[in-house]
Design a protein around this ligand. Sequence first.
Ligand SMILES: [Fe+2]
Length: 292
Amino acid sequence: MPKVPVPPVISGDKHRSGHFSRREIVNALAAAGIGTIAGALDHGYVYQRRHLEVTRETIPVSGLASALSGLRIGFLTDLHRSQAVSHDMAAGAVRALLAERPDLIVLGGDYVTWGDRRYVAAAADALAPLEAPHGVFAVLGNHDDDRDMPHALAAKGITVLRDARTRVTIKGESLDLAGLRFWTRKAGDIARVIRGASSNLILLAHTPSRLPEATALAIPLMLSGHTHGGQIVLPGLGAIAAREFPVIAGVARREATAVFVSRGVGTVYLPIRLNCPPEVAVLTLEPVRPVS
Ligand SMILES: [Fe+2]
């Protein structure tokens, strides 16, 4: 079973981890030296983290077959079902994605927080209504255990890819979906997962830190979450966590590899989002057009 990180203790009472009051959160942030914006963070707690957006992006993909041009992928990640992320929030994200009627759906991991078994079934229940003409596929995140969560997702008809590749046929073209375990990092190991794939290949990697390997392997498209977009994006400073990742949110390109990093739905550490609303995404693929 993969190691699950230990949450920081903020309140001093580890049994209440994740059960912070608004006052505790604002006081903790103020104690960290950012008390002057505590009011704004308070707003982030009560409002912004619940204000889900639907992001629609068109992504040029190297080598994409013309028959797959216009394919729409629904992407939902980092649900983090927990006391901080209610069933209503999770169900709202699922409804928002279904309303877009994507051709296939991808889930990017972190369905619960800190491997909390109390929410495994609840997370799977919230995701159960997801359906798409070409299927629903998932990878696990660093917060997910390697047994209960994949079993719960599979029981809802979701295909979980753990260092595995699958193929769907759309309009007579093969589309390969390869999904990594969070702890699979080496280019050689990723190469084994994608061996035999067609040129229409999407890599699902929970963390965008796999971008250098994806670029080295000339993988045309990688989808990731994990960053939460930084979760707290300070005016003038940007996302606190931005330096840790090659891409913190949105679409980027490195050589032949396009990447989309979603801000995700839920929150971790603190139930706060600031200038970084939760999202589900609909990604429309098109072939890279030759430079004329
Ligand atoms: Fe996450």
